[in-house]
Design a protein around this ligand. Structure first.
Ligand code: ADP
Ligand code: X15
Length: 428
């Protein structure tokens, strides 16, 4: 059964509250925010443009980063409104808050076909708590609820789940529809060997997924900060590397399970290490590679995989027939710590016999930086979301949208093909 989409809803003259994922990478140069990858904004355009064309009053809402429930000017969505306006060649207004009288006044002044972006939802702690009264305040801003935030469908937050229960009309947008369709088709019965590459910094979230992936993948290659929690589980020292001590037990269980099931769980055998890292100014102290199997000294931290690890990964990636990659291999934003990530991008791109899927905000940014994005089969806007989909878990942001009724399915088969341009592959 497929989900109701925006094509199943009459939107003309209605206030349509759309959850998008505009959690884009942002860097600050001389105090000014610069969006360094706008894939997620571009990916929302088919839905937003379709709603505008059909005379909806479009109210967009998103989070940006993890401000922990407090307003933080560095995580304002205002620069995103400017980029969206540029991409649409159309005025996009901005509300300084996502709830309250200011937001309601901004929404009420919209005309048919206008677009408004609300300020960062996560400036309110109630968003991530899925607080019912916060959901009701959001629901006052629209008659129709649309979820098109694929990157955030695995979160049961007020804007992705709670608010939908307060609104009569609900649907998914074209981005979620396309992602579910592609990932569903390709990952249902993946061509083997199926190789999953995992890295990045969201260790506590993503390490939980490994347990289920052990039943699906033939090999799991680990890099990024994720690797160091596994090192702890093996009793190795990790110095000052980013680790999640609460997840060491999970990592130990995953290692045991992988061995018992004969799944290749490949951990780095060497790392690029530094003594100091300044994320804000993109600098590190001079670094060096560890020798294979050398442990990380106490005052150092691992910030990339090393050449021996890259060589070991090359073999696995070259032989794969399906590749799923989420999470950079190191702090690729900083020169010197980017070699592992770009090497993996190259290896994935080089394997022309495999279906390759790369997902996640930062992974996709790295892929674009590598210049190899057009050699990847599918670029997903979701990292954690696509992993949870692969794991087979219900996604709260999708479950909350009703299924199509049969009559609608038949009607839309015709109207979707007529609207083919709205469903083009990601404009990346
Ligand atoms: N060894 C490491 N130590 C600290 N941060 C790391 C390390 N390796 C990768 N990262 C960081 O992980 C971040 C991306 O992680 P994550 O959000 O999990 O990926 P994605 O957005 O692709 O899902 C990047 O900003 C990168 O700098
Ligand atoms: O960037 C995101 O996920 P991703 O890093 O897994 O791609 C989404 O916007 C979700 O963000 P969250 O992991 O802070 O809930």
């Amino acid at each position: 059964m497929t989900k109701r989409t925006i094509l199943d809803v009459d939107v003309r003259g209605k206030r349509v509250l759309v959850r998008v994922d505009y959690n884009v990478p942002v860097e600050y140069v001389d105090g000014d925010a610069r969006i360094t990858d706008d894939t997620r904004i571009r990916a929302s355009l088919p839905t937003v443009q379709n709603l505008v064309k059909r005379g909806a009053r479009v109210v967009l809402m998103s989070h940006l980063g993890r401000p922990k429930g407090k307003a933080n000017p560095k995580l304002s969505l205002r620069p995103v409104a400017d980029r969206l306006s540029y991409l649409m060649q159309k005025r996009v207004s901005f509300a300084n808050d996502c709830i309250g009288s200011g937001a309601e006044n901004s929404v009420n002044s919209l005309q048919d076909g206008d677009v408004l972006l609300l300020e960062n939802l996560r400036f309110h702690p109630e968003e991530e708590k899925n607080d019912p009264s916060f959901s009701q305040q959001l629901a006052r801003l629209g008659e129709v609820y649309v979820n098109d935030a694929f990157g955030t469908v695995h979160r049961a937050h007020a804007s992705t789940e709670g608010v939908a229960h307060c609104m009569g009309e609900r649907a998914i947008g074209f981005l979620i529809e396309k992602e579910l369709h592609f990932l569903g088709e390709e990952l249902k019965d993946p061509a083997r060997p199926f190789v999953v590459i995992l890295g990045g910094a969201k260790v506590s979230d993503k390490i939980r997924v490994i347990d289920r992936l052990l039943g699906k993948a033939d090999a799991i290659l680990i890099g990024g900060a994720m690797a160091y929690t596994f090192y702890l589980a093996q009793g190795k020292s990790v110095g000052k590397s980013l680790v999640e001590p609460d997840r060491v037990e999970l990592a130990r269980e995953a290692l045991e399970k992988a061995a018992a099931r004969g799944v290749d769980l490949l951990l780095p055998v060497d790392s690029y290490i530094v003594e100091e890292i300044d994320f804000e100014n993109h600098q590190t102290s001079p670094g060096r590679y560890t020798r294979p199997e050398e442990e990380i000294p106490a005052s150092w931290l691992g910030v990339d995989i090393g050449p021996a690890t890259i060589a070991a990964m090359r073999k696995k990636i070259a032989g794969a027939r399906t590749i799923f990659w989420n999470g950079p291999m190191g702090v690729f934003e900083i020169r010197g710590c980017d070699k592992g990530t770009f090497a993996v991008a190259e290896m994935v791109a080089e394997n022309r016999d495999a279906v390759s899927i790369v997902g996640g905000g930062d992974s996709v940014k790295a892929l674009h930086r590598s210049g190899l994005a057009d050699r990847i089969t599918f670029i997903s806007t979701g990292g954690g979301a696509s992993l949870e989909f692969l794991e087979g878990k219900p996604l709260p942001g999708v479950s909350v949208i009703p299924d199509k009724v049969e009559k609608e399915e038949n009607q839309n088969a015709a109207s979707s093909s007529a609207q083919g341009s709205n469903k083009a592959l990601l404009p990346v």
